[in-house]
Design a protein around this ligand. Sequence first.
Ligand SMILES: [Zn+2]
Ligand SMILES: [Zn+2]
Length: 418
Amino acid sequence: MSLIIFAIPVFFLLIGIELLIAKMKNLSYYRMNDAIANLSCGIGSQVSGIFLKTFTFIGYTYLYDHSIWKIENNILTFILLFIGVDFFYYWFHRLAHEISFLWGSHVVHHQSEEYNLTVALRQAWLQGAFSWVFYLPLAVVGFSPGVFITIASLQTLYQFWIHTKLIGKMNPAFEYVFNTPSHHRVHHGVNPKYIDRNHGGTLIIFDRWFGTFQLEEEEVVYGITKQTNSWNPLWVNFEYWIDLFKEAFRVRKIKNFFLMMYKMPGWKPEELGGVQPLKEVTPQTFHKYDTEISGGLTNYAFFQFVLVLLSTTAFLVFQSKTPFQENWALKISIATLIVFSLVNIGGIFERKSWVLVLEYLRVVAVSVLMVLLLKNSSLFLAATIAMTILAVVSLLWFTKYRNEFTGKTSEYASTANI
Ligand SMILES: [Zn+2]
Ligand SMILES: [Zn+2]
């Protein structure tokens, strides 16, 4: 089982602690709609990882098997591999910020306009399809796939705790070598001087060496230059690429099409108006994307989200065991229902009219699938009764708030702040 899945309870414990401290200090670091959108992106990336990792692991293992060297596993080679993973992560991450097409695979991590531990889990669903290529030199020199996966997971885990505003600057010696909350806040900044700085994973030294380091000075404004304005985790994963291709297909010179894919995000040829200068921002002038729904509907969305979170965690744990193992049709059906659920929850926060139909469909589909999964088990009868009750309660609860989807915006106070 992946180390990341093992860490899920710790992630939520730390999120709870951060939320509590922020609340006690009267700091509004969390908004419900933003936090759920972040976590939805995280759930989706774990689910897409089931499919992506199968292919990327085969690629890495193939190169390792055909490598003329095999590096033995000891403490020294673990440290070397850790530095190697961090070095290639730095280059993937830097190029993902500097090449327009690749930015589409990473932008999701930067869309949140808050900065808290849930942002760490906001991961793009297709980033792994691009990043794995950068690590292949490690297979060629003979670092074994098993140890590589472990070290790469540790490097990802490290990056969790640096997504917080609660920790200020740390010991200067530590800040010099390692990536810290202060360095990484800069990385998430939309202030012109902070854009495309501090790409490091665990270490910050590569940024110092390769000229991309920036110290945290004025207050960071979080997000991306072209705001996302959506809580829909599926849409936010593809919006950038859709916009990029739409624009690129408008050019008349074919060379400009490729330049738009390859140059910095936001780069445009003269025929499309050229590059626009970056705007200065301050926390006072920056308007965060927000939506308003009633407290009752927020509770409903939160409850459904918790159910999706728990069932996805169970799926991630059991997906490599019977009856899921090798049953790709079943895995795809469950993954589709998870994404469908997350899209609906995002739609509820945006009060999209299509949710009115799709939420009924979703609740019924989830219940039917759960019952079918347990049809040969001793729990079948109990599960059928429990799922029927849950579905009826959910649908009655949701129906209570039907009128919030009719387009009248003025009658609900914002309940977003947690
Ligand atoms: Zn980044
Ligand atoms: Zn980050």
